[in-house]
Design a protein around this ligand. Sequence first.
Ligand SMILES: C[S@@+](CC[C@H](N)C(=O)[O-])C[C@H]1O[C@@H](n2cnc3c(N)ncnc32)[C@H](O)[C@@H]1O
Length: 293
Amino acid sequence: MTKTADDAAPIATKGLVMRAAQASWYDALAAVLTLGRERALRDRLAQLARLAPGEAVLDVGCGTGSLALAAKRQVGATGTIVGVDASPEMIALAARKAARAGADVTFRNACAERLPFPDGTFDAVLSTLMLHHLPATLRRECAREAFRVLKPGGRMLAVDFSRPSLKRGGLLARLHRHGGVPLDAMVALLRDAGLRVEETGSVGESGAQLGLAVTPKPGEYATRHDAVPATRALPPLGGARWILAAVVVAALAAHVWMAGRLAGMVSLSVAGIAAGAIALVGVAVHVLGMRRR
Ligand SMILES: C[S@@+](CC[C@H](N)C(=O)[O-])C[C@H]1O[C@@H](n2cnc3c(N)ncnc32)[C@H](O)[C@@H]1O
């Protein structure tokens, strides 16, 4: 059963909270911007966090809960997943989505800088595309909180865009021009919070980059670890590209509909040209995005 708590009260935070207006289109936009590969992306992120059956996992700034659901698929029936977000609307959407999927995931309206959990609760903490929603001070508080709620030897996976710009980084990154967290800043953030960064790299979608860090185990010194982490660049995601087909079909349908309404006009109607242009732009953006990775 899916559970929610405190989901009516907005949380006071200086973070950029996505309220109803943004929350309602978030999933549709994510589907379009990842060209129908969002599920594959979420599954990949859950794997990057090395989630194992039976683990307890927290997704901070969980949005509509897509990653929390992927995490649940990975930890199985014996694992526990909690998602928190400062937006009550995001939490409500996430809870509905989990209920539809029949997934036992808990969602709570809470903020990253004040996590409502005791020390040492989780095996892994996830934070994807959320850090850039926080001002620098809150980012540090969020990392310290993640460290606090992790068990010794627990892992934190942070994923964000390093260099949002109009020209680079794929569709998803371009939507996030309101901010980004460079990889070196993400590494410093994790280290300053007391974690040892084990791995960095690119996740293979829209220029997003990852930092995977662990908390010290008993007997290890809980001091700053500056060892160079392993780096890897994951290949672009394969799988569904249904969005391209959907764009072409929608464009053709629009053409047929417009042609019907403008009966008597030549077949190369304005609608036809527009529909063809939309399809071509979609393909071009996709191909360019693939070549840049
Ligand atoms: C771009 S969305 C990312 C959502 C999700 N992690 C994903 O990967 O799709 C950023 C999320 O961070 C949330 N957020 C912003 N400030 C926050 C804070 N201080 N504490 C918790 N969540 C916050 C927003 O409401 C939003 O849902």
